[in-house]
Design a protein. Structure first.
Length: 600
């Protein structure tokens, strides 16, 4: 027996192969090529190699990119317990390295006798006979096929050598085909993922751009963001004072964590917030529970995600150079391992869009608050003027009348003074009732918008010399009662009409008004038109009460339009989406409550 034989790179003639083995090699080509996954190809290759050569053990060593060592070693014939005992797999030293440096077939009587043999590590099964051959793809070494310990204790022969060389050729073609398939599938999956991500990001950007309510914006961000990268849970923490407050969440997160405050110092979220760089952790539950213990928060990891080891990304939400919060993506639903670099870039881009939307919503919310406070102060100033100019002066006149009555020397003078005082008290009661009605008419709550508007019109007729034409048409229920709009909408419509009439009298010097409130299938439109002096450009927002009008209309989801020309009067038009209180049935669709009044 030969202690060492190196065969030339070209395959040997097939004359040494028996017909059965030859048929087996011919048949195995198509079956190897049919495998579409590299692991399946390698497993099939080792099975057939052992079958046609009678080897007890088989292995494939895959070369690293530098072709100097093995980066992967796949075996057959060694059980799992033995593999664990052996420890680290070979990297291509000793006899295995011979085929790396010189990619030619190598057949040995006893591998231990080779001058470059390193021997076997503790626990390694004894191996003697050896047969190895390179596996090439497109003329380049890809790896090596190793076989040891031929059954029966004999040496591997020339037929075995021929068989493994043929098998190695088939393997090269099959591996190339499997790699091409996997690369194509990966590219297809990446393209599909990128396309879905682009579509999702576009939809999110559009949705965020149209949303100015902060709570709705946050809910949209966590739900769409979680779906975008297939996370188990997603949490948004917004900066508040010296901490980060959990403000929105989606997925497996428990509702009771909302409002929890995490410290900026000593937490992964805080590091992302301060450094404006993505932070990765391999196990979210360990991280959050460590943070909770340090800060005394009493939070558990399973309030955020189911038990287990879950990777997480802590992504800063940055707007114009400042951090507004942190977005936490926790766990994977359908994939294993850490989030990929592509997913990190995707969620980072998404977080930037989300930060813009959140900052915009916060700005809108702050503006609304400022407008509401300003409108409130305007209302207070208005009622203060009314009370000072009307009620306070009336009470002062009443005091003079009563003082005069007390000094009266005869009964007739006393009765005259008391009569005037009683009349003054009546006038002040009437004025106070008017003020109370302006503040909040009882009919608006008890009967509805139509009755409240009719009362307002009648009151203004009594107080002024205006000619007012009005028309109110609202939906009816089956019993001919008005179908009530929501309280917020009724109040908004009432205040727009009220403020428009006040402006027409106080600023427009109008003599005639047209008031119209009409509901169609989807909207309620309120129009107040006067024949006053009008104006050029835009009136003072403060003087005309436009701030409160626009705020009310905007909060009700409506649109306000104001048009005027000098000498041609003013038209105020407000259009609202029609929202009703729940009502039994909807069979009265199309019916209207119509109240028309003309006054000369």
């Amino acid at each position: 027996m030969r202690p060492l034989q190196e065969a030339p790179g070209a395959p040997l003639p097939l004359d040494a192969l028996d017909e059965t083995r030859l048929r087996r090699l011919v048949d195995v080509g198509p079956t190897l090529g049919a495998e579409l996954h590299l692991d399946s190809v390698l497993d099939r290759l080792l099975t057939v190699a052992r079958e046609v050569t009678g080897a007890r053990y088989a292995a494939v060593g895959v070369l690293a990119p530098d072709r100097r060592q093995l980066e992967r070693f796949v075996t057959q014939g060694v059980d799992d317990d033995t593999r664990r005992t052996i420890g680290d797999l070979p990297r291509g030293h000793g006899v295995l390295g011979v085929l790396i440096r010189e990619p030619v077939t190598l057949r040995l009587h006893d591998v231990r006798d080779h001058p470059l043999s390193y021997g076997f590590p503790p626990g390694h099964p004894p191996m003697r006979t050896f047969l190895g051959t390179p596996v090439e793809i497109n003329g380049q070494a890809w790896g090596n096929l190793y076989l040891t310990d031929k059954e029966g204790g004999g040496d591997f022969d020339e037929a075995d050598e021929q068989a493994v060389q043929v098998l190695a050729r088939w393997a090269g073609l099959a591996i190339e085909h499997a790699r091409y398939h996997q690369e194509t599938a990966a590219q297809r999956d990446e393209f599909a993922y990128t396309n879905r991500a682009l579509e999702a990001t576009t939809l999110i950007s559009r949705a965020l751009g149209a949303e100015v309510d902060l709570d709705a914006t946050l809910e949209l961000v966590v739900k769409r963001g979680r779906a975008l990268i297939d996370a188990r849970s997603m949490v948004i923490l917004l900066a508040e004072g010296d901490g980060l407050v959990i403000t929105a969440m989606a997925g497996e997160v428990s509702a009771d964590v909302r409002g929890a405050r995490l410290p900026v110092q000593g937490s992964a979220s805080g590091r992302a917030f301060l450094t404006r760089e993505v932070q990765r952790v391999a196990d979210f539950i360990t991280q959050i529970e460590m943070t909770s213990r340090r800060a005394g928060l009493g939070l558990s990891g399973e309030q955020f995600v189911s038990a287990g080891e879950h990777p997480a990304l802590f992504v800063p939400m940055t707007y114009r150079g400042r951090s507004v919060g942190v977005l936490n993506a926790i766990g994977r639903t359908s994939r294993q391992g850490q989030f990929s670099d592509a997913e990190e870039q995707l969620i980072l881009s998404f977080a930037a869009s989300a930060a813009t939307a959140v900052a915009t919503a916060q700005s809108v919310e702050a503006d609304r608050l400022r407008l509401s406070l300003r409108a409130m102060e305007e209302e207070r100033s208005r009622w203060a003027r009314e009370l000072h100019d009307e009620t306070l002066q009336g009470l002062g006149a009443l005091r003079l009348l009563l003082s005069s009555a007390r000094k009266a020397s005869d009964r007739e003078a006393l009765e005259t003074a008391l009569g005037r005082a009683i009349d003054q008290v009546g006038a002040e009661i009437k004025n106070l009732r008017a003020l109370i009605s302006d503040l909040r008419p009882a009919s608006l709550d008890e009967i509805g918008l139509g009755a409240a508007l009719e009362g307002l019109i009648e009151q203004r007729r009594e107080q002024t010399s205006l000619t007012i034409d009005y028309h109110v048409s609202l939906r009816l229920e089956q019993d001919e009662a008005p179908m009530r709009l929501t309280p917020e909408l009724e109040t908004a419509i009432y205040r727009v009409v009220q403020e428009s009439i006040t402006n027409a009298v106080k600023h427009g010097e109008a003599t005639r008004l047209r008031v119209e409130v009409v509901e169609d299938d989807h909207h309620v439109t309120a129009v107040v038109e006067d024949d006053g002096v009008g104006f050029d450009g835009q009136p003072s927002a403060t003087g005309f009460g436009l701030t409160s009008m626009r705020e009310r209309v905007g909060l009700a989801g409506g649109e306000l339009d104001l048009s005027s020309e000098p000498g041609k009067g003013t038209v105020v038009r407000a259009k609202f989406p029609a929202h009703h209180l729940p009502a039994p049935g909807d069979a009265a669709d199309g019916l209207r409550l119509a109240t028309d009044r003309d006054s000369g």
